[in-house]
Ligand binder design. Sequence first.
Ligand SMILES: C[S@@+](CC[C@H](N)C(=O)[O-])C[C@H]1O[C@@H](n2cnc3c(N)ncnc32)[C@H](O)[C@@H]1O
Length: 281
Amino acid sequence: MDTTGQSEILGMLREKFRIDTSGYRPAFLSRRLDKRLAETACGDYSEYIQLLRSDGGAELKELLHSLSVPVSMFFRDPLLFDLLAEQVLPDIVECNRQGQQSRLRIWSAACAAGQESASLAILVAELRHPQIEQIYTTLFGTDIDATLIARAREGRYTARDLEHVTLGRLRRWFVEREGLYVLHPEIRQRVRYVRHDLLDERQHLPPDVLFSQFDMLACRNLLMYYGASAQETIFNKLDAALKAGGYLLLGRSEYTPEAFRANYSLVLPRTGLYRKRSHRV
Ligand SMILES: C[S@@+](CC[C@H](N)C(=O)[O-])C[C@H]1O[C@@H](n2cnc3c(N)ncnc32)[C@H](O)[C@@H]1O
């Protein structure tokens, strides 16, 4: 493996996009780079570096996308979303209730183009509580990739993104236009989208967030791309932002890092839904 070539390429990414790839698993990085080399028909790293220097930044952007693996879809893992709709969100609303009002603070911390954050916003829009007239909701959607954040703000999706959306929700919350599905403004406006790098230790919370104490935090299908030390950096941030008793959503095959395990309990196997204990163990 040409490690000098590889570090030069990663250095270019760092300089242009402030992306720190040092926490990525080396095998993952090599696979992604090899794929870009094949797709650009470059024979080796030095040819690829020439391309990166000469095409005005287009390939560097492609490389960034290939590393961020922005695979997502609405209601990815339907069982989890059913559980959130039927049990978890109503419970939080009830716990936070003050008279006829309540509040909900949610952060989707690697939201790709908004598929996950908008799914959560749909659940919130559909929440009904007989004794509560108003639920004040704060919903943040953040991702490291500014292009994805711009797409999330636009709210236009492909049929593939909507594979798990029921017919009722499709009719209620989307309009088909020129082969794409446009998300209802009511849902789009419920989410505040901001670019945020979970590995950036200078910023504990997304810009615009005044205080942490989130009731629910989603960070799904992201930890698996990072090595142990980066996972811990990310988890420190998530743990500090989530209130005691709050819910954490990880990917189905992701786990809380060892150092945090005692303070989180798995709500239901194979859902990635964890609850932070009320008291530190
Ligand atoms: C596989 S997608 C998961 C999207 C969504 N959470 C889901 O499960 O459907 C991983 C996302 O993590 C984002 N990401 C990668 N590194 C990140 C970081 N350091 N900070 C914030 N987001 C990051 C990527 O841009 C990508 O959108």
